[in-house]
Write a protein that binds this ligand. Structure first.
Ligand SMILES: [Fe+2]
Ligand SMILES: [Fe+2]
Length: 245
């Protein structure tokens, strides 16, 4: 099974880089992943024109199973209303074969900080019963990452969410926001951050990239073998981590 995880498109006149975007889309279409998770900041300002532009762009990526959550930039200017029109739910659980993905909107209108909220813990727990490979997708960080400066964008309820996800034996957490690709392994749960997919908003010496996660299991009682790699705009692939869970 192949999952592509991308984030932080920041579709706008100012920051979207078409040449990089084109080569990234070609590279994903060649891979043909089973599903794609996009962890927010689709737009820069949450404006209607930006949403329409990014929708057309995402439609060029060939995959039947696309999963999206909004980021803080998408909720600016009440942009979450456009998100709901174009991409439907901001909180959801979906299953594909033996994979369950729960997505949660961690943004709050016109605030940069992230928050999931106690009112969501119950249904998240319910969604993660069963033996599927479990994926949680959100925009903000669950744990600090390097090069994020004076880290102040970790979820305000990160500790409670980490404990909940660990208790539910979640395999993979996918997030974005700071445009720095990184992986932490916490109690055998991979917390995977994505860089920016195709915007000029890179941090330090990082470049545009997306994550490729390959997860395989012989049967529902077997362990999962998981590989996380980064793919860059020229098509080069870097293996980041390999683990059994
Ligand atoms: Fe961003
Ligand atoms: Fe963000």
């Amino acid at each position: 099974m192949q999952i592509v995880h991308l984030s932080d498109i920041h579709y706008s006149d100012a920051y979207f880089v078409p040449e990089i975007a084109d080569s990234m889309v070609d590279s994903i279409n060649r891979l043909g992943p089973d599903f794609i998770v996009i962890t927010g900041d689709l737009t820069e300002n949450g404006f209607s024109a930006e949403y329409n532009g990014v929708k057309q762009f995402i439609d060029r990526i060939e995959c039947e199973n696309k999963i999206l959550v909004p980021g803080n930039h998408d909720s600016k200017n009440a942009g979450y209303l456009h998100f709901e029109d174009l991409f439907k739910d901001r909180f959801f659980s979906r299953s594909f074969r033996n994979v369950t993905v729960v997505g949660a909107d961690s943004s709050q209108p016109d605030l940069d900080e992230g928050h999931i909220g106690r009112e969501n813990y119950g249904w998240i727990k319910e969604a993660f019963t069963g033996k599927d490979f479990k994926v949680f997708a959100l925009h903000h960080h669950l744990v600090p990452i390097p090069l994020a400066g004076r880290e102040n964008t970790v979820l305000v309820d990160a500790g409670d969410i980490l404990e909940l996800l660990n208790r539910c034996k979640v395999n993979l957490v996918l997030c974005g926001h700071c445009h720095i690709p990184w992986v932490w392994n916490l109690n055998n749960m991979l917390v995977v951050n994505a860089g920016t997919f195709c915007s000029s908003k890179t941090r330090g010496k990082t470049t545009q990239c997306y994550n490729l996660i390959q997860a395989d299991s012989e049967s529902s009682d077997e362990d999962w073998k998981v590989r996380v790699s980064r793919v860059f705009s020229k098509g080069d692939l870097e293996l980041v981590t390999e683990t059994v869970m």
